[in-house]
Design a protein around this ligand. Structure first.
Ligand code: MLT
Length: 292
């Protein structure tokens, strides 16, 4: 069910499918809630899947003169999500986020630990931007101002999927371009500033006390598997699933594998049968590696 909710002064678009334990999935940059369409369709029979557009992205407006049109931080985005979930009675929840969505999920975990049943961190990282990454944020802002947001998307595309995907699967780039159509230069600038200035989430990893699943594409060039391993090692009891043949946008590039991985995590969590320490997706990762 697609809808808008205004909570905390910010209007967010979200889609809400299925019933049961809320599984909330936060999109990355430069895409929107549609990056989760396959997972939402696959998992709506298992849980209540909520996919918002973060402030100013997709169908969540950043109308001039409103609070949404001001600069924001990843903490602000986490607060928006918390307001939305409280308004639609979806707390506590299992919260997942990819890349930028992962930074927001980590901020949510710092601010609202009691509202979490579980955490899924996909193709993201806990560390802050390096000096080079910060400089690249400014380049993207300048590019968006000079040539439009599409130029930023084009510059990112070679790194969003596994190396052969640009030739073998042109539909993936087309999907990203479609999702970024609504982006404005202002959207790009606010997002780049928020990502550039996000805090180091590493010190907070040890405080995460809910079952955590870390997922990464084996060919992720933006947040490579080593960063996923670091997060797994920093969060007590966390498990890691590597998606084969996937780059940064693994849920878009390998939908069934990511749906299966998230679905198993959500089912194990909600069944309550297995305690946190016993949750283990390594067997599943092995199976995916073996192509079974
Ligand atoms: C994303 O996918 O959300 C971005 O690549 C995040 C980033 O640039 O750090």
């Amino acid at each position: 069910m697609p809808t808008h909710t205004t909570a905390g002064g910010i209007s967010l678009y979200y889609e809400d499918r299925g019933r049961g334990t809320p599984l909330v999935l936060l999109h990355g940059f430069p895409v929107d809630h549609r990056m989760w369409d396959a997972q939402a369709a696959a998992l709506a029979g298992t849980c209540r899947v909520i996919t918002p557009d973060l402030r100013g992205f997709g169908r969540s407006p950043a109308a001039a003169g409103t609070r949404a049109a001001r600069p924001f931080t990843v903490e602000d985005l986490a607060d928006d999500v918390r307001h939305l979930l409280a308004a639609v009675s979806a707390l506590p929840c299992v919260l997942g986020g990819l890349s930028m969505g992962g930074y927001v999920a980590l901020a949510f975990a710092r601010r609202y630990p009691a509202d979490l049943l579980g955490l899924a961190l996909l193709d993201t990282q806990a560390g802050p931007d390096s000096a080079a990454a910060k400089a690249n944020r400014q380049k993207n802002i300048d590019l968006a101002r000079a040539k439009g947001p599409g130029a930023v998307v084009d510059a990112m595309l070679p790194k969003l999927f596994a190396p052969s995907a640009d030739v073998a699967r042109p539909e993936l780039a087309a999907a990203v371009r479609r999702m970024a159509e609504g982006y404005t230069a202002d959207t790009v600038e606010r997002a780049m500033v928020a990502l550039r200035d996000r805090p180091d989430a590493t010190p907070g990893l040890a405080a995460i006390a809910v079952p955590t699943l870390v997922v990464v594409g084996d060919s992720d060039q933006i947040t490579p598997p080593k960063l996923a391993e670091d997060m797994r090692d920093g969060i007590v009891g966390a498990t890691l699933a590597v998606i084969l043949g996937a780059g940064h946008l693994a849920p878009v590039e390998r939908p069934p594998q990511v749906s299966e991985t998230l679905g198993r995590f959500a089912r194990d969590l909600t069944s309550g049968v297995r305690p946190k320490a016993a949750f283990d997706v390594s067997a599943m990762t092995d199976r995916l590696r073996a192509g079974r």
